[in-house]
Design a protein around this ligand. Structure first.
Ligand code: FRU
Length: 411
């Protein structure tokens, strides 16, 4: 059922049925009323300790066991993070991202390790965000985004990739990476559920990235959850994408078609995946549902994703923040948490102070320091671990309950 007439917008002629008719939506109605409250606003950051002074550090994820709990190697937590030398500009870092390890005995004092793979063999011109799982044979599966191609420079094709290795800790040498495996492509946009680069319309880069490993707690089936855009050439918005809102939909809103993708593992070694219809779509609402991940608590399934102010479709305004959706099963009918979806926002005076929140076990929410004004009112770039937030989840609501140390995590 189309509710947007071509009197308002220049839509392409409908050419095919929508790929997934019953995908839950984050609608324009849901996303039209964001308010910063004590429950969703992070405390102000005035200063930080740089975890790696020579490197920009941003998207971060901890090593986890197959079931999602935080893993340790020889008594040490391990984090993986996107990094780039500070020889590059802050904005230029995305073009030179490589994944580095960090480790910590107490979960709060972090030391930088190495790039755990051969950069020449890694796929993509640079490697973007992902997730990391250690299996029962101590093999680490590092899922990442192969962004662009080695010989093409920093182009924007994105593919879901993986490599494997083992890590040993020894008191003298620290961490040693060994038995590095191949780098493999696990999934590429199919143009049906997930938009290909060729199908993209509008100005913001398209997405097929940020694979997050998830083992279904009830069935044991394994998945990658990732950031996509709705596939196909028919960008017509449906009633579900809009909801009950006043007035015409601004032209160009249909170019913003972020979704949360999912692919099912077809083998135990996690080298073969089959794309499934998306878990959630934000057609007409937002172009980027980044680093999506699912947290399960009893009968409650929470789907979290991060998004930016600048990626909301014309006519909508929302903060850089962590957004959440609640359902009673993994493939359930996700509804925005707290009414609108907003779970964590930056304080009003520093709307870009942190980004890339990830919700870990026990409601621990990690992120990185992005850009902020310090106590003297001077503008600062971040590029390091932000203070961890403690989030309380209850039914379809959330509340920030406290703050921990920078990058602090506990199993
Ligand atoms: C989020 C993000 C990810 C991507 C990475 C690229 O901060 O945009 O989606 O993998 O940064 O630097």
């Amino acid at each position: 059922a189309l509710v947007v007439s071509s009197a308002f917008t220049a839509f392409p002629v409908a050419s095919s049925a929508q790929a997934a008719e019953d995908t839950p939506t984050w609608s324009r109605e849901d996303a039209s009323n964001f308010t910063l409250t004590d429950e969703n606003t992070a405390p102000n950051i005035d200063s930080f300790t740089d975890v790696a002074p020579d490197y920009w550090v941003w998207d971060t994820w901890p090593l986890r066991d197959r079931d999602g709990s935080l893993a340790k190697i020889n008594g040490r937590y391990v984090q993986f993070a996107l990094t780039a030398s500070k020889e590059y500009t802050w904005a230029g870092r995305h073009d030179h991202a490589v994944i580095r390890t960090f480790y910590s005995k107490n979960g709060k004092d972090w030391e930088m390790g190495t790039v755990p793979y051969d950069e020449d063999k890694a796929l993509g011109f640079r490697q973007w965000a992902g997730s990391a799982m250690i299996d029962e044979n101590d093999k680490i599966h590092l899922f990442y985004t192969a962004a662009g191609r080695k010989d093409e420079g920093p182009t924007f094709e994105q593919r879901l990739a993986k490599t494997t290795f083992e890590m040993d800790y020894d008191n003298k040498e620290g961490f040693q990476v060994k038995n590095n495996g191949e780098h493999q492509i696990l999934a590429e946009a199919d143009g049906v559920y997930y938009e290909t680069q060729a199908q993209k319309t509008g100005d913001i880069i398209y997405s097929f990235r940020d694979p997050w490993f998830f083992q279904h707690p009830e069935t044991g089936e394994e998945y990658l959850i990732f950031e996509g855009n709705t596939g196909g050439t028919d960008k017509t918005l449906e009633a579900d994408n809009i909801g009950n809102v006043d007035g015409p939909i601004p032209a160009g809103a249909e170019d913003y078609n972020g979704n949360v993708g999912i692919a099912k593992a077809e083998n135990d070694d996690l080298t073969e995946f089959e794309l499934m219809p998306p878990l959630l779509e934000a057609d007409g609402v937002n172009q980027q549902l980044e680093r999506p991940h699912v947290v399960q608590k009893g009968d409650d399934y929470y789907l979290f994703t991060i998004s930016h102010q600048f990626t909301f479709a014309p006519g909508l305004e929302g903060p850089d923040g962590l957004y959440g959706f609640h359902a009673d099963s993994l493939f359930g009918d996700y509804e925005p948490m707290n009414g609108t979806g907003l779970v964590v926002a930056n304080p009003e005076e520093d709307p870009f102070q942190a980004y890339s929140w990830a919700v870990l076990p026990h409601g621990q929410v990690i992120s990185f320091v992005n850009e902020f004004y310090d106590e003297n009112g001077d503008f600062q770039f971040g590029g390091s671990f932000a203070p961890t937030l403690k989030l309380k989840l209850k039914d379809d609501t959330s509340e920030i309950k406290g703050v921990m140390g920078e990058g602090e995590i506990h199993g």
